[in-house]
Structure formats: structure tokens, C-alpha cells
Design a binder for this molecule. Structure first.
Ligand SMILES: [Zn+2]
Length: 480
């Protein structure tokens, strides 16, 4: 058997984060809304209506294009892509065919080992990015089918890659990096649970060392990283087995992924562009950009995830911590706010170790926990000596569990730190009387023996004595 190489390419659909739909003024946030309530004659495809392109959607698609290093095609236009489907009331989709918004880009992505360390950085070519509108949604119940058109007309970006990916792991790592980029430039929320990012994955095999691409199997509509990975792993195995007896596929095929059964199912032989009867959309004039408009949009691009990751790692965070901040914008906001008050190590310990730990233990999402202001208040209480750093941990845990702020908890629980000299003086005297052996050891040169005395004071004061003051007073007393 010759050694085989896996060839994978992706088509990624990402819903753009606009207020209104691609070609009408309907609400673009249909999540959780009653079926068929965010629709109008335009997105329902009624005769005589005219689509008007959403300028914000185009701007967001340009931002995404620039972030994945694509060249913007200064002249581009919309096309009609014809196919019949009950959730497509117009009988065609408005998409872009031979003149897409942008083309020829690259995305650099990291491949990780199971413990989260980078094994390798790779590059995947981007063929094109084009804009289109989404179809509605069908729900099959027994022998009836229900249509919900709320999603019809939602603005989508379709990003098509070159066949540069060589394993299911490559595909997932690439897709995760692409998601980070789309979120960073505010082009899409890319919320996988809400179906805002979906993949079609094409896979084929060829003998290693050869250049020709064999017919491929396209797996449609994968809506999580897990199913993308599992479906590709399954299909690779199936194609390898087939190769042993019959060689490569005789022609392109389209398959579906059955998540519950963990296997793919043949849907049809793949349609070609000819089947779609593309022609330029006559109701929307061609789009002509000016270079200065593109330059102005380029100036608004924020730092991209790879750049941010490098910055976080320079601050001493590790790979995993940096990605946690990049992947969860609320944590990032919190970390950045704390960084203004304290060093990176302490900020990451507060946010990524303590806060995330307490949230996990309470089975809560980041959004349900304290926000950046609440964390800043807590840090303020530690830094001004109201509570010790250790008591700060308890306060944070209570903040997560009760939703109360730091000062309320400190007040209610009487957690203020004792920094009154005479009170500490008394505690230290008591501790010295109770630990004569430790004092003897200290005087004999054992510096560590003091730990027992400080520990006694902390225990007596239920952790509320200021340890710095305790140390000071203890040393002063020992000198006398
Ligand atoms: Zn509408």
C-alpha cells in the first residue's frame, strides 16, 4: 500500500453581527424569538420587493477579509444562486460567485498537544470570502415540516479555504483561530451554540508525493468543533478503507454527519456550479469601493489574536492562560482593568485561577460572576489593607456565590483586617508566651521558627491580623 495523504478544505459560514438582516430592516437577532416574527415581505421574497444591501454587513465583511490577509476586490457584485428548498422563499439565494468581496488570503494557526502547548505553527490559504444571505429553518415532525423564516436573510460570510489542511486536528485548530479572528474584529459573535458558525468540510486522499487532487467527499453542516473533528476522522477512515479495494472516489459526493450515530450518510452526488444557474443579481447594482474607504476601515482593525497572545505571553502568562483571555472577552476586559492597578501575575492569578476556580465550583458562567468593576473594588480593599490577600480569596468566593460586592461582604462578615498596633501587640505577647520553644530556636539562629508564632497570631485573630504588622512587632519585641 502506498502512503496516503489526507487533503482537507473548509467552507465556513459565519453570521455577521449586525442589527438588521442583509437586505432588509428586520431584526437580525432571531435567537429565542417566536417563529416567523422577525420577517418582512423582502426576506420572505414577495414579488415586487427590492433588496437593499446592509452597509454595516459589508464593512464587517471587509474587516474580516483584511484580518485574514485577503485582497479586497474593488469591483464586486451579488449573484443569484438558484436552488429549490422550502426554507428559501425567493427560490434563490443572493450570494457572490465569480466576483467575491475578497480573495487570496492566509491564516496562521497553532496546533496544540493535549496539554495545551504549541507543537507547530501552520498556514492555511484562504481562497475567498463572499457575502450572502441565510435561508430559514425547517423542523421535521413526523410527516409534517414546519418552516421558520426568522433566519431567512441573515447576513453571512462564507470563507473558503485552500485544500491546505492535512488532518482533522489541523482543521479544528484552523477553525478555532478563524473564530478568534472574526470575534476580535467584531465581524461575528461566532457563537457555536446559536449556530452562528458552521462548517462544510471536504476531504480526499492521495498518494503522498503526488500533486493531483482526487474527488472529494463534502460533509455538510457541521456546527461544533467536536463534530467537525469526529466527522473528518470518521470520513478519513472510511476513505482509507475504500482505497484498499477500490481506490479514490469516482466523483465528488456530498454526505451528512449523524452525530448520535457517529457516522456519515450519503446525501447526493455533489452539485456543480452549473446546477445553480448563477447570474448577476439584477436588483442590486455592482459594488465599487474606493481605496481610501478600505484604508479607513483598515485603520479601525484592533490587534489580532496572535498579536495579543504574544503580548500576554511577554507579560509572563502561559499559552493556555493567554488563550483563555482571548477566547473570553469578559475575562479579557477584567484582566486589562486589573493590569492598570497591579502586575500581570497577580491579575492573572485573580482572574484565571481564583475567579475561574470559584465559578467552576459554583457551576456558573463568567457572565454570572463579578464584573471588572467588582474585581477592582476587591483589589482596592486588599491594597488599602482593609482585608488581607488571604481574606480576599474568601471574599471573592462569597462574591461569586452571593452576587454581593466586596465591601458588603466584608461589612456583613466583619472581615476587616486588624491593623491596630495595640491589638496586634497583645496578640503577639500572647503568642510569645505560648511558644517559648520557638523563641529559643530563633535565638539559636533558626529564622524559620518565627513562622510558628506568626501562625499562632493569625489563628487567634481568625486570619484578620495584618501579617506584615505582626512580623514587624514580633521582631521588635525579640530585639528587646
Ligand atoms: Zn425582512
Amino acid at each position: 500500500m502506498p502512503e496516503l495523504e489526507v487533503i482537507i478544505g473548509l467552507e465556513v459560514h459565519a453570521q455577521m453581527s449586525t442589527k438588521t438582516k442583509m437586505f432588509c430592516g428586520c431584526d437580525n437577532d432571531a435567537f429565542g424569538k417566536k417563529p416567523n416574527t422577525t420577517v418582512c415581505p423582502i426576506c420572505m421574497g414577495h414579488p415586487g420587493t427590492l433588496p437593499t444591501p446592509n452597509a454595516t454587513a459589508i464593512e464587517k465583511a471587509i474587516k474580516a477579509s483584511l484580518a485574514i490577509q485577503c485582497s479586497i476586490n474593488m469591483s464586486n457584485h451579488f449573484d443569484r444562486k438558484h436552488y429549490f428548498y422550502p426554507d428559501l422563499p425567493m427560490g434563490f439565494q443572493i450570494s457572490q460567485y465569480d466576483f467575491p468581496l475578497s480573495s487570496k488570503g492566509t491564516v496562521t494557526y497553532d496546533v496544540f498537544d493535549p496539554s495545551g502547548n504549541v507543537v507547530e505553527s501552520k498556514v492555511c490559504g484562504i481562497t475567498r470570502l463572499h457575502m450572502e444571505n441565510d435561508a430559514g429553518k425547517l423542523t421535521h415532525k413526523g410527516s409534517t415540516t414546519l418552516c421558520d423564516y426568522n433566519r431567512a436573510g441573515t447576513p453571512l460570510m462564507e470563507i473558503v479555504t485552500e485544500p491546505d489542511l492535512r488532518s482533522a486536528q489541523d482543521a479544528v485548530s484552523f477553525a478555532q483561530e478563524l473564530r478568534r479572528i472574526l470575534i476580535a474584529v467584531d465581524a461575528s459573535e461566532a457563537d457555536m451554540f446559536k449556530g452562528m458558525m458552521r462548517f462544510d468540510a471536504s476531504i480526499s486522499l492521495r498518494e503522498k508525493g503526488t500533486e493531483k487532487l482526487n474527488p472529494r467527499s463534502e460533509i455538510k453542516n457541521l456546527n461544533s468543533f467536536k463534530s467537525l473533528e469526529r466527522a473528518l476522522q470518521y470520513e478519513e477512515k472510511r476513505l482509507r478503507k475504500r482505497w484498499e479495494t477500490d481506490g479514490p472516489l469516482p466523483g465528488d459526493i456530498t454526505v451528512g454527519w449523524l452525530d448520535d450515530e457517529g457516522k456519515t450518510k450519503m446525501l447526493r452526488n455533489k452539485e456543480t456550479a452549473d446546477d445553480y444557474r448563477y447570474f448577476p443579481e439584477p436588483d442590486i447594482p455592482p459594488i465599487e469601493f474606493k481605496q481610501k474607504d478600505i484604508d479607513a476601515i483598515a485603520k479601525t482593525l484592533p490587534k489580532l489574536p496572535r498579536e495579543l497572545k504574544e503580548e500576554y505571553m511577554k507579560l509572563g502568562l502561559d499559552e493556555k492562560q493567554s488563550l483563555q483571555l482571548i477566547d473570553q472577552s469578559q475575562l479579557q476586559t477584567m484582566f486589562n482593568a486589573l493590569r492598570e492597578k497591579t502586575d500581570a501575575k497577580r491579575a492573572s492569578s485573580l482572574v484565571l485561577t481564583q475567579l475561574l476556580g470559584f465559578l467552576n465550583a459554583a457551576d456558573k458562567e463568567v457572565a454570572e460572576g463579578p464584573d471588572a468593576d467588582a474585581m477592582l473594588e476587591l483589589v482596592g480593599k486588599i491594597d488599602d489593607g482593609t482585608i488581607s490577600g488571604n481574606a480576599g480569596k474568601d471574599v471573592l468566593e462569597k462574591m461569586v456565590n452571593t452576587g454581593k460586592n466586596a465591601s458588603t461582604i466584608i461589612e456583613e462578615e466583619g472581615m476587616q483586617q486588624i491593623s491596630d498596633d495595640s491589638a496586634i501587640e497583645d496578640l503577639v505577647t500572647k503568642a510569645m508566651e505560648a511558644n517559648p520553644k520557638a523563641i529559643e530556636d530563633f535565638k539559636a539562629g533558626k529564622e524559620a521558627a518565627l513562622g510558628a508564632i506568626v501562625g499562632f497570631v493569625m489563628k487567634e485573630s481568625k486570619g484578620q491580623a495584618d501579617p506584615k504588622k505582626v512580623n514587624e512587632i514580633l521582631r521588635k519585641n525579640l530585639k528587646n
